[in-house]
Design a protein. Sequence first.
Length: 378
Amino acid sequence: MRKAHRIGILYSTSGPYAAIGRDCRDAAEFAIAQYAAVMPGLVEPVHVDPGASLKGYVEGAITMLRDRGCRHIIGTVTSAARKEIIPVVEKHDGLLWYTCPYEGFEANPNVIYTGACPNQHLLPLFDYLLPRFGNRPYLAGANYVWGWEMNRLARELINASDGEIAGERYLPLEETTVDLLIADIEREKPSFILNNLIGPASYAFLTAMHVLALRNPAFVPERCPVVSCDLTECELGEFEGDMAVGQMSAACYFDGLGSENEKAFRPDFIRSFGPERRISSIFAATHAATALCLEAIHAIGDDEPRAVRQHLYSTTTQTVLGPVRIDATTNHAALPFHLGRINRQRGFDVLASRPAIAADPYLTAQRSAARPRLRVVS
């Protein structure tokens, strides 16, 4: 019997963003289990939980690539963790599969990106927001590269629209004291708030915005929404009651879109996770990445990263996200854009969509080229 190819699953399922890590891990495990039913013995997962520690991520990547014989790692949530392990992946000539939305300005030959970059989330988001709510936003960000870079890009977009930034503050991931941030927002009266916070800081902030809106109707979501590019269904259970209802998030996928790919995917998903579990964008993107990896290994009969990459460039794979093909220039997937509003069922109502957008991680074309029109649902 042939030896199984080992694949690393490197997600923090404990720590401040554990809900995201668990959703990603579940998606990778689910994909591997599906393929094991038809391709038994193809791969063997190797799991490490870094506990949101950058040192833990590096040690986990070294263990997988050097000691456990992995040549592929599906993993990391934050850009800080991704950037920390890329040198390890490069040293061992491995392939990292990154599945979360990120701030762009990266295209590494040792990384496959099925998470959205700014021309696939932030730019179309602002195309929707600016004409409807105005060009004086407040920028709230996590105090690391995701928050810094997303807010920098937002400033560029606002300056290009002759607007102004009402205010800008940063919080650590685990910070839940948001009184000064809320007071600043109430004083500045922005047209909307771009929320680039992560984990507990984001949950505390959205909860506090709900309380503010009860006291001051100028801040109800219909007038001054909080909008995110990284808040998905897997985190809505972190909120009590309706604290996040009415706020918006951009994603490449929302549960219940009703596509043919989703209809084919859902029966297996329900059998594994039950009818109440929702398919988030990060679950969908991680499952898609894992499927791409497994199908490439099966097709070429090897897990050699260069051969896997070449297969990806020449093949389109049907996934819950739709047909996915990796661009040979950027190593990114073309992804659709959807804007959703949080509802009381802990899901999203889709407000606007665009079909798959080719990734432009360095924004070399998007700054000057006309972008396709949004299909506005409501």
